[in-house]
Design a binder for this molecule. Structure first.
Ligand code: SAH
Ligand code: SF4
Length: 344
């Protein structure tokens, strides 16, 4: 049996034509599942009995199970999921005035081993399926009261999305499809450590979500040391690809830059960063390192972060400092995996 959650719309259409069913039923099925939260094919009363029977024989409707919910003092809520094979992943719900953002995971662990990231210490345990990827959104939305429903999605949880390419692309298509999850593509941001070959492929998928790139250093020697993937795709190669990345009107690439004390937070780094990004329509998100037990890095001082920001602003960049949200429950950037570690 196949989980229909995450099953691509185009494949469902093919299957229906094999079954000699009209393809407009695809839209009805997706509506039931993604708009009405149907958990059983029997409730889909506008479909014929025979189609419902075929669907029931072929598919099941399954979401990842929420095992635990931890609420931070700032309202940020971390959801721990237990998957079918007992793997654990986390999603983080972040309330803000006017928007509720869900940060979702794409892998159990991550193989890219960035030195500042707790998820990276796990190694890659396994990829998530498309159902587990988008199921995080659906499962969390189901338990939220109406006024707290998710408005924005950031793919910045555990894992490297472009390292789990097909399921993530399948999931994204369902997220943006009006028949399925109907989330506007401007409300979705995919964050990547910069897998250049996959970025090239992704730009041809015609999925126009926002792109965030974790740059985190201005010299290859530093980036090699903190993000081993840089040895494969050095800064120059990555930025060259991004210069050619097709952006829709008024869209910009977000560069994430985790400030690590004494590693990449000097005034010279700020100068180099301003030069490197010249000509790329972008904004910059500075993130002060969020610590975790056993980490080899330290957070920069507040003054240092502000100096870094001010220099870039003086060079006409749009620069935000990302507030640590949910850090008291290890829900902030780079802190996901604690629970995964605790139960394994
Ligand atoms: N693998 C993707 C998405 C997950 S990481 C990526 O690397 O972009 C999401 C963001 O959290 C990245 O920008 C990463 O640089 C940042 N991050 C990781 N560990 C962090 C930490 N300990 N403190 C602050 N930010 C961190
Ligand atoms: Fe993986 Fe991103 Fe963490 Fe690096 S920062 S180890 S790419 S999840």
């Amino acid at each position: 049996m196949i989980n229909i959650i995450g099953y691509p719309e185009a494949r469902l259409a093919l299957l229906f034509s094999e079954w000699d069913e009209k393809t407009y039923h695809v839209r009805q099925v997706l509506n039931w599942i993604y708009h009405h939260g149907a958990e059983d094919f029997s409730v889909m009363t506008n479909l014929s009995k025979s189609l419902r029977a075929k669907l029931t024989d072929y598919f099941f409707i399954g979401f990842p199970r929420i095992e635990k919910k931890t609420v931070s003092k700032d309202g940020t809520t971390k959801y721990l999921f237990c998957l079918e094979d007992d793997s654990r992943i986390e999603s983080v719900w972040i309330p803000d005035t006017g928007r509720k953002t869900l940060c979702i995971s794409t892998q159990v662990g991550c193989r890219l081993a960035c030195t500042f990231c707790l998820t990276g210490t796990l190694g890659l345990r396994r990829n998530l399926t498309a159902a587990e990827f988008i199921g995080q959104y659906m499962a969390v939305n189901q338990v939220l009261p109406e006024e707290d429903r998710i408005t924005n999605v950031v793919i910045m949880g555990m894992g490297e999305p472009l390292d789990n390419y097909e399921p993530v692309v399948d999931g994204l298509r369902l997220m943006v499809s009006p028949e399925a999850m109907a989330i506007g593509n401007r409300r979705i941001t995919l964050s990547t450590s910069g897998l250049v070959d996959k970025l090239e492929k992704f730009q041809d998928e015609d999925i126009h979500v926002n792109l965030a790139v974790s740059l985190n250093a201005t010299e290859d020697s530093t980036r090699d040391a903190i993000m081993p993937i840089n040895k494969k795709y050095p800064i120059r190669v990555l930025l060259e690809r991004l210069r050619q990345y097709p952006l829709k009107k008024r869209r910009r690439i977000t560069f994430e830059y985790v400030l690590l004390k004494g590693v990449n937070d000097t005034p010279e780094d700020a100068v180099r960063l301003a030069k490197l990004l010249k000509g790329i329509p972008c904004k910059i998100n500075l993130i002060a390192f969020n610590g975790f037990e056993g980490a080899d890095h330290q957070s920069p001082s507040r003054a240092n972060v502000l100096d870094f920001q001010n220099y870039l602003i003086s060079k006409n960049y749009t620069v935000f400092i990302r507030k640590p949200r949910g850090d008291d429950v290890l829900g902030a950037c780079g802190q996901l995996a604690a629970e995964t570690l605790a139960v394994s």
